[in-house]
Design a binder for this molecule. Sequence first.
Ligand code: TYD
Ligand code: MG
Length: 465
Amino acid sequence: MAKHASRFICQSCGTVHPKWSGKCDDCGAWNSIAEEASSETTPRGLTSGKGHKIEMTALDDKAEDAVRALTGIAELDRVLGGGLVAGSAVLIGGDPGIGKSTLLLQTVVAVAQKGLSCAYVSGEESVAQTSLRARRLGLLSPQVRLASATSVRDIIATLDTPSPPGVVIIDSVQTMYLDNLDAAPGTVSQVRAASHELIKMAKKRGMTLFLVGHVTKDGQIAGPRVLEHMVDTVLYFEGERGHQFRILRAVKNRFGGTDEIGVFEMSDAGLKEVTNPSALFLSNREGAISGACVFAGMEGSRPLLVEIQALIAPSYMSSPRRAVVGWDANRLAMILAVLETRCGLRFSDKEVYLSVAGGIRVGEPAADLAVAAALISALYDIPLPAASVMFGEIGLSGEIRAVSRVESRLREAEKLGFREAFLPKHSAFKGLTLGLKVVDNVAGLMRVFGGSAKRDKRQEEAAIS
Ligand code: TYD
Ligand code: MG
């Protein structure tokens, strides 16, 4: 007998609580617990029925490779790890209005031109709205079937046929519902159950399923994290609303790496691929100016390149100002002390301003080397070598220490068009077109500016006297 009772489920992490409370003990989210009806049956134990024998396969080279099809959108194919995989599920998340629907509409039309049939099911827009947008963008293809539906039962009844479409888009998973569940669309139970049914169909019929997922204010895909475990690939589509550039990143991929990014530009004719992202990245920067250094950083599992800017100004106060935006002030004090002690540089009579461009906060010690380079560059008014990035942690004796995920940082720098990287020893990587220069200690960093630590100390003293 089915037992109908209420459960209280955190909408952010999916934890089931026995009663309502204002805060989820598990993930710490406030006001995220909602009541949902439960229709779970009591477990019957394994004695009541016999299971079927499952077939075991040897792990040898006879295992078949995944069947892949290129979409024709190179930036997307790269992020997917080499095109669409038959029988896989891709979750694509992003802020509202960032361009998820546009990207997927362009994808289905591009795929259809290669001869695969596609279905685009929107739970958010009517067929008229979707086709109006497609017509405006010149995306017409009889191979693409549009529908506006939210019932998973109806969608499966339509698509789960012996000749199913090759690619299915569900926009978005938060609008889908299963009628045998007593919860509203968008709740954890509905999102989980609807995705489960759709993924099951995709695996059975060998379709490539794209699920669009909304994101919450803090940038996570709304609904339980379990959704990210259920799919094979998780992509994020990001970008600033005010800017036309969009970046597609893989945060999980069972069929490829997660270090690839795809860069697009939103124009009045839809999304355009940006084949030379370095041009766009460098266009925001002011050529070769002193006091600026690009740091090849990581944000969680994602590589992120940011520009670190330093400004040194004369001070007439007994304790000159040190102002930091986007970095740790104590860490700055430490770097200044190391540069003063180990290289003989003088900051004590100068104001020091340090900022991470673009309003991002950097928490990694790996930014030390880039910060030190920006400071020295600002002090001497010498720009750093063009198209170079830096990373490395600085120790108190002035040595540059190795950091994690070197390959991701270098690949992202290479992808964004940088030509040279300054990095700690023991972190070289082969197979890159990027020039690698090892910096052992801060004295070695001084040589990047054409001086040795000792000579610079003498120059400083000469300047003071
Ligand atoms: P959309 O794909 O609907 O975003 P999402 O599905 O992620 O919510 O994109 C909508 C935004 O994109 C909208 O604000 C307008 C902009 N846009 C363009 O600038 N040019 C275009 O050709 C299209 C189709 C949309
Ligand atoms: Mg949309």
